[in-house]
Ligand binder design. Structure first.
Ligand code: NDP
Length: 330
């Protein structure tokens, strides 16, 4: 038996408990993993609080990501003892996830953990950090090199934003970190931000085109924040959009696209093809100063996960929440 967060639903009421689960209850899959670390991401908070219909079947173990060690495998690519990481693929939404002592999943969903990244560091990065890397790769694919100018990052003190800021700074980009929490300015500078932008500057209804400020952007907010970001991107710049912390809407005009040739790139981590995931994790191992992760991490034991989740929706989380499920030395 092992501990697991279990979400259930009866008569439209959702319950969430820390429960005892047996390996026999795990869903089908060709690889069984001892979970070392999981995390709390924004989506996990939505699932645990029930604030959005993230969970598609009940009962459900949430946790959209985990790192761990293979115990049993019928998959050609994996054998017992292999260190692996999992992000997305509907895990924690429609297939039992990482907030449990063990997970049984499809081997095709796993990525071998690159040498140089520990099991704990893998979850300090987590889905937020891997998504940040996908955003950086998307900007690179659009030819946004450090010499083109500053990159603006919204939600900079959150999970995606913190890792994006650290990666970009390590790659030699100047980062303009947007935050609604001025008290986090020193933290953001410690990650490598060159300047701090008050979120209020991007939150109001803006003009279709504003002064050209940034060569590129990474946006976790959507809504007016993304609209104003697009309006301030330099000629032929690009924005990678991955989130909706401010809202699902996008009250923008086509002006940045048709007058400045700006590109808006959507970034999805959940169904991202395996080759791109492997590339993203490889680049995280080489590009991210792993020493910066410690400043981003707060550890929350499995027993406190349920009480911590609502803080995400209040925008109170700084950086990344790591859940040590059954830590292993590596
Ligand atoms: P966090 O909660 O850690 O960070 C979100 C940050 O957004 C907050 O810390 C805050 O940063 C900022 N924020 C909060 N409310 C608002 C607002 N009203 N307007 C502008 N900014 C706001 O979440 P994550 O970093 O883990 O995720 C960020 C977003 O990205 C979420 O919407 C999530 O669902 C999405 N996401 C998408 C993925 C994909 O595959 N597309 C994968 C992972 C995440 P600050 O205080 O610094 O302003």
């Amino acid at each position: 038996m092992f501990d697991a967060i279990l979400i259930d639903k009866t008569d439209d009421a959702q319950t969430v408990t820390l429960s005892d689960v047996s390996p026999d209850q795990l869903p089908e899959g060709d690889v069984l993993v001892d979970v070392a670390y999981s995390t709390l991401n924004y989506k996990d908070a939505l699932a645990i609080t029930g604030a959005a219909p993230v969970v598609r079947s009940f009962p459900m173990v949430p946790g959209i990501d985990f790192s761990g060690v293979v115990v049993e495998s019928a998959h050609a690519d994996y054998k017992p003892g292999d260190r692996v990481v999992l992000n997305g693929w509907g895990v924690g939404e429609k297939h039992w996830g990482g907030l449990a002592g063990q997970a049984r999943v499809k081997g095709d969903w796993l990525v071998p953990l690159p040498d140089g990244i520990s099991l704990r560091q893998a979850m300090a990065i987590g889905t937020a950090g891997y998504t940040a890397m996908l955003c950086v790769l998307a900007l690179e694919a659009q030819g946004i090199t450090p010499d083109k100018g500053e990159i603006v990052v919204s939600g900079a003190a959150g999970g995606v934003g913190s890792v994006a800021t650290a990666i970009l700074a390590a790659r030699g980009y100047e980062v303009a970190a947007v935050t609604g929490r001025p008290a986090e300015a020193d933290y953001l500078r410690s990650l490598g931000a060159a300047s701090i932008v008050d979120r209020a500057e991007l939150s109001g209804k803006g003009r279709p085109l504003a002064k050209e400020r940034w060569a590129g952007g990474i946006d976790v907010a959507g809504s007016t924040v993304l609209a104003n970001m697009l309006a301030s991107i330099k000629y032929r710049g690009a924005v990678a959009a991955c989130g909706l912390a401010a809202g699902m809407d996008l009250p923008a005009s086509v002006a940045p696209f048709i007058l400045r040739g700006v590109t808006l790139v959507g970034v999805d981590s959940v169904m991202c093809p395996k080759a791109e995931r492997i590339e993203a994790w490889k680049r995280l191992a080489s590009d991210l100063d792993l020493g910066k992760l410690d400043a981003m991490v707060t550890e929350v034991p499995l027993s406190e996960v349920i009480d911590t989740a609502p803080k995400f929706l209040e925008g109170q989380i700084r950086g990344r929440i790591v859940v040590p499920v059954a830590p292993q030395a590596d």
